[in-house]
Ligand binder design. Structure first.
Ligand code: ASP
Ligand code: MG
Length: 247
């Protein structure tokens, strides 16, 4: 069994999501597929949360509505059938209803974590709608049922192993499992996360927990480069570097 993780830009456009479906069906080895939120979503959610923490409900509501429009446009190209569109709209409806409800309740750190979790919940559920439309058999593995951290925010590997393997055992003939990166439960069993960029960490923890043959991190850049390719032209990947150099 292997682990394949796809980052925000790899699922950030409907056609990129289609490509992910091709990549995960290319070979037959069973796999757990870890997805991030669509690029830009976690930043948007974090801004919404920040505005709510300051009591700025009007701009928060505007951002929620803009994000909802973005997702509605996204599914227009993601799926083509009426059933697919209905299913995807229902998912968007549920998650944005939640975001609209939080406008009315008092802000807390736990609520912040709930808000931040919406991105990965949306990306994985919408991806599964597309897989169903394409008749690609798969099983949805809710990360909140197995990924967990302790009171020091460190992963509880033993518990992850136990919970994840129990879920996998329930579906032993399946070959494609879809789960969320980043999100987890904390020591109080509340929704929490593995910190920004944490989806890679999710993938590594899963790979360790299932003793995976390989953990593939699919991303828009082929490793650590000698400069920031968003700023500098023709950067090159560095083949080997120490933790200190990377940091
Ligand atoms: N979506 C989360 C973030 O943007 C986690 C991740 O992408 O790894 O930080
Ligand atoms: Mg990312």
């Amino acid at each position: 069994m292997k682990v394949m993780k796809f980052g925000g830009t790899s699922v950030g456009k409907p056609e990129r999501m289609h490509q992910v479906a091709t990549l995960i069906t290319n070979e037959t080895e069973p796999k757990i597929v870890v997805l991030s939120a669509l690029s830009g979503t976690t930043n948007a959610l974090s801004e919404i949360s920040h505005q709510l923490s300051l009591g700025y409900k009007v701009p928060a509501k505007q951002k929620i509505d803009a994000l909802e429009t973005y997702y509605k446009n996204f599914i227009e190209t993601l799926v083509v059938t009426k059933e697919g569109k209905d299913e995807a709209e229902k998912i968007i409806g549920e998650h944005f209803e939640f975001l609209n409800i939080i406008l009315k309740i008092s802000y807390s750190d736990a609520l912040n974590k709930d808000i931040l979790a919406q991105g990965e919940l949306l990306s994985t559920k919408l991806f599964c709608v597309y897989l169903r439309e394409k008749n690609i058999a798969h099983t949805f593995l809710p990360a909140l049922e197995f990924m967990c951290i302790d009171e020091n925010e460190e992963p509880r590997l033993e518990r992850i192993v136990r919970r994840l393997n129990a879920l996998l055992k329930d579906a032993k003939d399946e070959t494609i499992f879809i789960t969320q990166g980043y999100i987890c439960r904390n020591a109080r069993e509340e929704v929490d996360n593995l910190k920004r960029g944490g989806s890679d960490y999710t993938a590594s923890l899963i790979a360790a927990a299932i003793n995976a043959s390989v953990c593939e991190i699919w991303t828009d850049i082929d490793g650590m480069h000698n400069n920031d390719p968003r700023v500098v032209d023709k950067t090159l990947p560095i083949e080997q570097l120490s933790f200190e150099e990377a940091a």
